[in-house]
Ligand binder design. Structure first.
Ligand SMILES: NC(=O)c1ccc[n+]([C@@H]2O[C@H](COP(=O)([O-])OP(=O)(O)OC[C@H]3O[C@@H](n4cnc5c(N)ncnc54)[C@H](O)[C@@H]3O)[C@@H](O)[C@H]2O)c1
Ligand SMILES: O=P(O)(O)OC[C@H](O)CO
Length: 345
C-alpha cells in the first residue's frame, strides 16, 4: 500500500482519543495503518462500535481500517518489533497534565520513538514537554514535538494545514515529515524544541486574553495590540529559556497565536469570552468538556517568568483574572496605565 504522495504506508499508534488525537488519526488513516488508543475501555468500545468519537469529536466518521483499542500492549505492538515495518511512529495525544503518567506507562517497553502533540508547561514543575519526556524516558528514546496552527475539526475535515516538527534527532524529524507530510498537511521541521514548545504553550494564554477583550467589545485595534504585544512577551520568555527569537515568527509562534486568538473554534478563546460574560471559571471549563491548556499554563508561566525576571504583563493579567479574582475591566485599566516603553525591548 502506498499513500497519495507515493510514499509507503507506515504504522502509526496514537495514544489519547481526545479531539486532537482523533483528528490526527482520521487524517493519517487515509495514508497509513493507524491505531487509536483510548485509556477508557468503555469509551474505546463505544468509539469502535459507532465508528465515531461521539464524546470528543462528534460528526467525523472514522475511516475504514482505522483501529480503536484500549489495550496498551496491542497499541505498542502495532509500532514495535519486526511486524511494525519501516519508520513506525508512536504519538502521544494527551494534554500536558497527562504526559508524565502516559510516558510512565511506556517506560521499560520497547517503543520506536515518541512524538507529543500537547501544548503547555507541566503544572507544579514548570517543565516543557520535552523536559518531562527526558525525565521519564531519558535520551535513549528519541522524542519530537509536533505543533502549529491546527484546529482538530478542520484537520478531520481534510482542510489544508501546516505544522512544524521539532526534535534534537534529525532522523526522527525526517521520519515525522515522511509520515505526516502529505495530502493536505504540510510539515516543516526545525531543531528549536524550546522555541516550538514555548510558542505552542503561551499562545493559549494569549487566546484567553483576546477572548476576554473581544467579549468585552474592546474592538479590533485592541485585539491586534494584544496579539502583537503577546508575541513580544512569548518571545522574551522563549529567548530567556534558550530559544531562537526567529522561531516565534513561524508556524508554532505567530501562526498558532493568530489562529487561536482569532478563531472561535479555540477552546482557550472561548474561556476568555466566558470570563468576559462574568461566568465562573469552573462553569466555563465544565461547559467546554475539553481541556483548555491556557488555564494551567497561565499559572505555570506566571511563576516561571517571575523566577526568570521576564516581564509578561498580559500573561500576569490573565492569571490575575483566572486565579486572583481580578475583574477584566480592572485588569484592562492596569495594563493601559503602565509606563510607556520602547517597542523592541
Ligand atoms: N483540539 C485541537 O484542535 C488541538 C490541536 C493541536 C494541539 N492540541 C493539543 O493536544 C492536547 C490534547 O488536546 P485535545 O484537544 O485532544 O483535548 P481533549 O480535551 O479533547 O481530550 C483530551 C484527551 O486526553 C485524554 N487524556 C487525559 N489524560 C490522559 C492520560 N494520562 N493518558 C491518556 N489520555 C489522557 C482524555 O481522556 C481525552 O481523551 C492538548 O495539549 C492540546 O493543546 C489540540
Ligand atoms: O482549541 P485550543 O484553544 O486548545 O487550540 C487548539 C490548537 O492548539 C490550535 O492550534
Amino acid at each position: 500500500m502506498h499513500n497519495s504522495n507515493n510514499s509507503p504506508a507506515r504504522r502509526v499508534t496514537i495514544l489519547g482519543a481526545g479531539a486532537w488525537g482523533t483528528a490526527v488519526a482520521i487524517a493519517l488513516a487515509a495514508r497509513h495503518e493507524v491505531l487509536l488508543w483510548a485509556r477508557n475501555p468503555a469509551m474505546a468500545e463505544a468509539t469502535a462500535a459507532a465508528r465515531e468519537n461521539t464524546e470528543y469529536l462528534p460528526g467525523f466518521p472514522l475511516p475504514e481500517g482505522m483501529q480503536v483499542s484500549a489495550d496498551l500492549d496491542a497499541a505498542i505492538a502495532h509500532v514495535s518489533g519486526p511486524g511494525a515495518g519501516d519508520a513506525p511512529l508512536l504519538i502521544a495525544a494527551c494534554p500536558v497534565a497527562g504526559l508524565r503518567p502516559l510516558l510512565q506507562q511506556l517506560k521499560g517497553r520497547a517503543i520506536p520513538n515518541v512524538v507529543w502533540l500537547c501544548k503547555g508547561f507541566e503544572g507544579g514543575t514548570g517543565l516543557l514537554p520535552h523536559e518531562v519526556k527526558r525525565e521519564v524516558l531519558g535520551d535513549a528514546v528519541a522524542g519530537a514535538a509536533l505543533s502549529g496552527p491546527s484546529f482538530a475539526q478542520e484537520v478531520a475535515r481534510g482542510l489544508p494545514c501546516a505544522l512544524t516538527v521539532a526534535s534534537e534527532s534529525a532522523e526522527l524529524r525526517e521520519r515525522v515529515v515522511s509520515v505526516v507530510h502529505g495530502g493536505n498537511i504540510r510539515v516543516y521541521s526545525c531543531d528549536d524544541m524550546v522555541g516550538v514548545e514555548v510558542g505552542g504553550a503561551v499562545k493559549n494564554v494569549l487566546a484567553i486574553a483576546t477572548g476576554v477583550a473581544d467579549g468585552l467589545g474592546l474592538g479590533l485595534n485592541a485585539r491586534a495590540a494584544l496579539i502583537t504585544r503577546g508575541l513580544a512577551e512569548i518571545t522574551r520568555l522563549g529567548v530567556a529559556l534558550g530559544a531562537s527569537a526567529a522561531t516565534f515568527m513561524g508556524l508554532t509562534g505567530m501562526g498558532d497565536l493568530i489562529l487561536t486568538c482569532t478563531g472561535d473554534l479555540s477552546r482557550n478563546r472561548r474561556v476568555g469570552l466566558g470570563l468576559a460574560q462574568g461566568k465562573p471559571l469552573e462553569t466555563i471549563v465544565s461547559e467546554l468538556g475539553h481541556v483548555a491548556e491556557g488555564v494551567p499554563c497561565a499559572r505555570a508561566v506566571r511563576e516561571l517568568a517571575g523566577k526568570l525576571g521576564v516581564d509578561m504583563p498580559i500573561t500576569n493579567a490573565v492569571a490575575g483574572v483566572l486565579f486572583d479574582g481580578d475583574t477584566p475591566l480592572q485588569t484592562l485599566a492596569a495594563l493601559l496605565a503602565r509606563d510607556p516603553r520602547g517597542e523592541y525591548c
